[in-house]
Design a binder for this molecule. Sequence first.
Ligand code: SR1
Ligand code: MG
Length: 402
Amino acid sequence: MDKYYELDNESIITYIKEKMDFFEVDAKLESREIGDGNLNLVFRVSDPGSGKSIIAKQALPYVRASGGDWPLDIGRGEIEKRILDIEYDLTGGEVPKVYFYDAVMCCMVMEDLSDYIIMRYGLLKYEKYPQFPEQISDFIVKSLLLTSDVVMEHKQKKAYVKDFINPELCEITEQLVYTEPFNVGARNRLEDAIVDFHKENIVADQELALEVAKLKFDFMNNAQALLHGDLHTGSIFVNKESTKVIDPEFAFYGPIAYDLACVFANLIMNYISAFYSLSDEVVREDYCGYLRQTITDTVDLTKKKFYNQWDGVVTDEMAQVPGFKEYYIEDIFVNAAGIVGCEMVRRTVGFAHVVDLDNIEDDQKRYAAKTNNLLLAKEYIKYRASIVCGQDYIEQLDKIIK
Ligand code: SR1
Ligand code: MG
C-alpha cells in the first residue's frame, strides 16, 4: 500500500504484520486505540501470547480534537521521528526507542512504555514520583543546551534550524498560547461562570497584553535550541523509578524557556487542582507539600544543571567570556516564568484545557481554582524578572492559592 489511509484497530494489525517482524508470524495480535491527545491516532498493539507490545502513532491530516474541520500538515510525523532519534542519543534513552517511521502512512512505531503512566493522570491519582525532578531536569538540560549555539558547530546548528522549521505546529502555539487566550472569541473555550472574569482580568489588562506580546515575538524569533515544543505532563511518561518524554511533534528551534515553562506550569496547575480537590486536610497537606517540593526541585535542579554542565560542553569562544553564562541562563529563567503564565492562562480559557482544572467536581471550587489560576498566571507574566528560582514560584503561589 503506497497511499495514506487512516488506520483503525483492524487495519493496524495487518499493517504491523506487513511492516515489521517484531511479533511471531502466527501471533494473535490485539489492538487498542489509546490516543487521548488533540492530534493523532495512537494504537497499542500487543500479543497476549508472548506479552510483547508496540505503540503505533499515526498523524492525522486534521486536528483530531476539532472533529476534522481544522486541517494540519501530516509531515509533522517526520519531524517527531527525527527529534526522537536526536533526543534518544543526547539523553541516553530518556525518550522511547523508535523502531521505524513510514513517511507515506505518517506512522511511527516505537517502544511500548506499558509499565509507565502519563504523568498528568498519575498526579491526578495523587501518586508521587521521587525521581522526576532529577530526571526531567537531566532531559531538559541535555536536549536543549547540547542543541544550542553555545555548544553546536554553528553551520550544523543552522542546518538543524532549517530541518526543523515546523510552521503549522508553531502557528498553533502562536495562536493558542500567545494570542487567543488574551482576547475574546476565536477558539477559546470558557465555562460561562468565568467569561466576565476573563474579560475584566485578562483581556482588559493592556500591561499584561504588552508583556505577552514580548514573549510571543521571542517565541517566534529566538532560535536558541531544538525544543520539544509541548512538554506538558501529558507528554511525559513516569513511574517511581523512571521518566520518559514522548510526543515532540511541536519541535522547532525556539527559546529554551518554552520547554521549561511547560513543565513548571503544568506542575503548578496540578498543585492548584490538588489544593481545591482534596477535602481531607491531612491528605491535602501531604500531597500539596510533595508538589511544592517537586516544583521547587524541578526549577532549581534545572538551573543548577545548566550552570554545572555549561563549562564542560560550551565551544563558542565568546560564550566563554566571564559573565556570559550567567546572562544567558538567568535570561532563560526570567522568560520561563512569563511563559508559565501564558500556559496557565491558555489551559484555563483557550482551546486546549487541562483536566486537572476542568475535572474539579465542585462548581465553587472549580471556579476558585480557575480564577486564581488566572490571577497567579498574571503575576508570573508581569513580574517574571523576579521569578528565577523554585522558591520564587512558591511565594507567588502562596499569595493567591490559600
Ligand atoms: C490543536 S492542538 C492543541 C494543543 O494540543 C497540543 O498538545 C498542544 O499543546 C496544542 O497547543
Ligand atoms: Mg501531544
